[in-house]
Design a protein around this ligand. Structure first.
Ligand SMILES: [Fe+2]
Length: 231
């Protein structure tokens, strides 16, 4: 018997706190503005459509073992800030499931300093906890004063929505809670966060089933690293 047909396997409607968290994502991608950008409008629709399909099928729940990382020490502050701002619904829904989150790095090799200041957790995706083949939803948490090195995602379209804290991408602007930033497949991006407070972002990835099942996260080699490796 497969996991999806096992009568004992819990479904999303059996775990209301996870259902409400997904509904917060749905509300964001349904009601937010694309700011006049056709590309962002198209991305929002892709996320919304995938999320509607997911909610309609009452997906299986595959809880993973909770895992922590050093940056999680900043989570209470991030949620507190989130609950005071434009993203309070999302921050409150996230607080209700925080004990069950599986925080991870995603990279085979994470630079030592970054390992203290960054981690992400998935809410929906091929690995769960909400089983989803064509959409990944999650959160990424940064400590104050962090630089998340340059990277890109092959064949995956990514959006970040700020939940708490101030941050910038590619030194282009400072984003506040509620802002949505789109990174198209292959777009190189580098993130920096404010000096005194943590930064919590919600994110969505859309791509093929195959790519989402094995995204192959890789930091882009810096010029210095490329030189050292003789690339
Ligand atoms: Fe990214």
């Amino acid at each position: 018997m497969t996991e999806d047909t096992d009568i004992a396997a819990p479904r999303l409607r059996d775990v209301p706190n996870w259902l409400y968290l997904l509904r917060e994502f749905e509300a964001l991608y349904r009601h937010g503005s694309p700011g006049g950008s056709k590309l962002i409008r198209a991305h929002r629709k892709k996320v919304r459509d995938a999320l509607s399909r997911l909610l309609a099928c009452d997906p299986a729940i595959a809880m993973r073992a909770p895992a922590s990382k050093p940056v999680v020490a900043h989570m209470s502050r991030a949620l507190d800030m989130g609950e005071r701002g434009a993203m309070q619904g999302m921050a409150r829904a996230l607080r209700e499931v925080r004990a069950d989150l599986t925080w991870e790095y995603g990279y085979e090799k994470v630079p030592k300093a970054l390992g203290q200041k960054y981690a992400y957790c998935e809410v929906a995706g091929p690995l769960g906890p909400v089983k989803s083949a064509d959409l990944i939803l999650g959160f990424v948490l940064f400590a104050p004063n962090t630089t998340y090195p340059q990277h890109s995602h092959k064949e995956i379209e990514e959006s970040y929505i700020s939940v708490a804290g101030a941050w910038s991408e590619n030194d282009a602007a400072v984003y506040a809670p509620g802002s949505l930033i789109l990174n198209k497949p292959g777009d190189e991006h580098r993130i920096t966060t404010g000096e005194f407070d943590p930064c919590l972002l919600a994110y969505a990835w859309v791509g093929s089933h195959e790519k989402l099942a094995a995204p192959g996260m890789k930091l882009t080699a810096t010029r210095k690293a490329r030189r050292e490796q003789g690339i």
